[in-house]
Design a protein around this ligand. Structure first.
Ligand code: AMP
Length: 585
């Protein structure tokens, strides 16, 4: 009976979502009111002259649009243990470290119970819609989730990545249970101090419970691909452990060893079965359903910078559906994937109007662009004019601004989204790219998305040779005159110079931005350079970020490495094995 009661009532969740999204404007108004009332005593809001007003007009008139940099001094005081209310009414006790993969260093953002509750609401919402199409039974999930190191700040606050803060929260486990998506690995594995050891044990637990696994997931698709690439290397060792019922000596942490000892019993039949299954595969195609026969879908964020990993993930997944997880950030959640049936690349995220107050800067009217186009520096003093959630237009692109329950007011998230449609009266957003990720030498502008498309195009040439781009990044080299784009590729195996030279030309030609093409034609931008990296280079980049306190769960390969990100640039440059310059222009 108790078990039954714990299961999430999906129809009720959907009904609540439908009701709320039919009244988006009012719900947004009420949400803003609630945020401002709960946090009205915070110093930041007190100083802005709202004087108790909570309506959107007064809010927009009094509160400036800010970036993380603007709020950093306030957050720093919280981190250092200031006892007065600074950004929120209730004191902040936990800090999230955003992955920082884009900037090269993690940022601090406040985390609180309200943020946890909105996280769960997003999880429940997408689960409810997903479960209608792809029902899971009361089984287990093979979840590649990891906790980063949790530390204490100078002021005594807990600090960890946002995913760590979520996974460690007691509500998380309950929610996963209610969604019948409980991780098959024990806590000691999830919270193990070494992610490689945790990954090995996740794989082992998955194989032990192979019949019960209903879904395979991780926060971002990268971790799922990384996990199965690792399985390709360690599967024989995993089989030995299963055959003998003894964990390999490479797992050294006593807590992890003793937790695994409780699960591991000698099972030669299972070891033989796994060996047979893997030996029967052709180039690892369909590995996931072969090993986990009852898996219903694979789940994790698959849009944006994760799109690169989809090809490999599809290969492992065979005919098992891939479903992208929701859209959010350490700063707060935004939308849920309520259309799990659409192809992954077309995933949209329906905004939940009660988890924050949302505004959008139209990119068409973007101030910087106006400055650029009109050469009018005075426009810089103009504020960008954001529109509200219900004012966005289908087909337009916007930068997202968030006002959260965790002390961020009119905060520029830095993401670009496109409005693809509406669900009732709430917009459905497609994630486009990070706004600040821009390859630019002079008048050219290429985003993360442009880079990804160029890489996709050029990668087709090595696909003909049965090779793939494992991962990639880029850099603008201004040391040369003129400056030029550098693309870093780690590839799976040997490819001839001739083909790589063609890839380099193809990359150069694939940046079709008018500024780039015209500059290339007159050599105002130098020939694009393709640098091939030693195998394992991106693993070193990952290790570097883990050393800084990032978590594998939140890792995103930096697609463009800025000149101040010395360490990553050095790792990439130190591991170059071949270099090609384009002759496309
Ligand atoms: P973090 O720094 O780990 O908090 O990462 C948050 C960022 O990850 C967001 O601002 C987005 O740029 C990206 N992100 C999160 N969810 C998605 C998604 N569903 N699709 C694409 N990118 C996402």
């Amino acid at each position: 009976m108790l078990e039954k009661m714990e299961i999430l009532h999906v129809e009720k969740v959907i009904e609540e979502f439908e009701t709320m999204t039919k009244d988006t404007e009012n719900v947004q108004r009420e949400t803003l009111k609630k945020i401002l009332e709960e946090n009205g005593s915070a110093e930041y809001l007190q100083n802005l002259g709202l004087n108790g007003r909570t309506d959107p007009q007064s809010f927009k008139a009094c509160v400036p649009v800010v970036t993380h940099q603007d709020l950093d001094p306030y957050i720093q005081r919280i981190v250092d243990g200031a006892s007065s209310p600074i950004l929120t009414g209730k004191p902040i006790t936990t800090i999230s470290l955003s992955s920082g993969t884009t900037q090269g260093r993690p940022k601090f953002v406040p985390f609180n119970d309200e943020l946890m509750e909105t996280t769960l609401q997003i999880f429940r919402t997408s689960y409810a819609f997903r479960n209608r199409e792809f029902p899971v039974k009361n089984g287990k999930a093979l979840q590649f989730i990891y906790s980063s190191k949790q530390s204490r700040t100078k002021g005594g606050l807990f600090a960890g990545t946002a995913t760590t803060n979520v996974f460690r929260n007691s509500q998380f486990k309950k929610a996963m249970k209610a969604m019948q998506s409980q991780c098959c690995s024990p806590d000691e594995v999830i919270f193990g101090p070494d992610f490689r050891q945790s990954l090995y044990c996740h794989l082992l637990c998955g194989l032990i419970f192979r019949e019960e696994i209903q879904l395979v997931s991780s926060t971002f698709a990268h971790s799922i691909v990384h996990a199965f690439r690792t399985l390709e290397q360690v599967w024989e060792e995993l089989c030995v452990d299963i055959r003998e019922g003894i964990l390999t000596s490479r797992i050294t942490f006593p807590s992890v060893r003793s937790a695994m000892a409780k699960l591991l019993k000698p099972n030669p039949e299972l070891a033989d079965l796994i060996r047979r299954k893997i030996s029967g595969l052709s180039n690892w195609y369909g590995l996931i359903p072969e090993l986990f026969p009852n898996v219903k879908y694979i789940y994790g964020i698959m849009t944006g910078s994760m799109e690169h990993y989809l090809k490999k993930l599809r290969h492992y997944a065979g005919d098992v559906p891939l479903i992208s997880a929701d859209y959010g950030s350490s700063e707060g959640w935004i939308g849920a994937n309520i259309n799990p049936n659409v192809p992954t690349e077309s995933t949209t995220y329906a905004v939940l109007p009660n988890i924050g107050y949302f505004e959008f800067i139209p990119l068409k009217e973007n101030v910087e662009e106006q400055v650029h186009d009109r050469g009018d520096a005075n426009i810089l003093s103009m504020e960008p004019k954001p529109v509200s959630l219900t004012e966005v237009k289908i087909g337009e692109e916007y930068e997202v601004i968030v006002t959260s329950f965790a002390g961020l007011y009119r905060y520029r998230l830095g993401d670009v989204v496109k409005v693809m449609g509406f669900h009732n009266s709430t917009p459905e957003l497609k994630f486009i790219c990070r706004r600040n990720l821009m390859l630019t030498v002079n008048i050219d502008k290429n985003t993360e998305k442009d880079l990804q498309q160029a890489v996709e195009e050029a990668a087709k040439l090595i696909a003909e040779e049965k090779q793939e781009v494992i991962d990639f990044s880029s850099h603008v080299d201004m040391w040369t005159d003129p400056g030029h784009y550098v693309i870093f590729w780690e590839i799976s195996g040997e490819v001839s110079d001739e083909v790589l030279k063609e890839c380099c030309n193809c990359l150069d030609r694939s940046f079709v931005d008018a500024g780039y093409v015209s500059s290339r034609k007159v050599n105002a931008i130098g020939p694009l350079e393709l640098r091939i990296l030693r195998r394992g280079t991106f693993q070193k980049v990952l290790d570097h970020y883990l050393g800084l306190g990032a978590a594998v769960s939140q890792f995103k390969t930096p697609r463009c490495v800025g000149p101040t990100n010395y360490k990553v640039l050095q790792i990439l440059c130190d591991n170059v094995v071949k270099t090609y310059f384009s002759t496309a222009f």
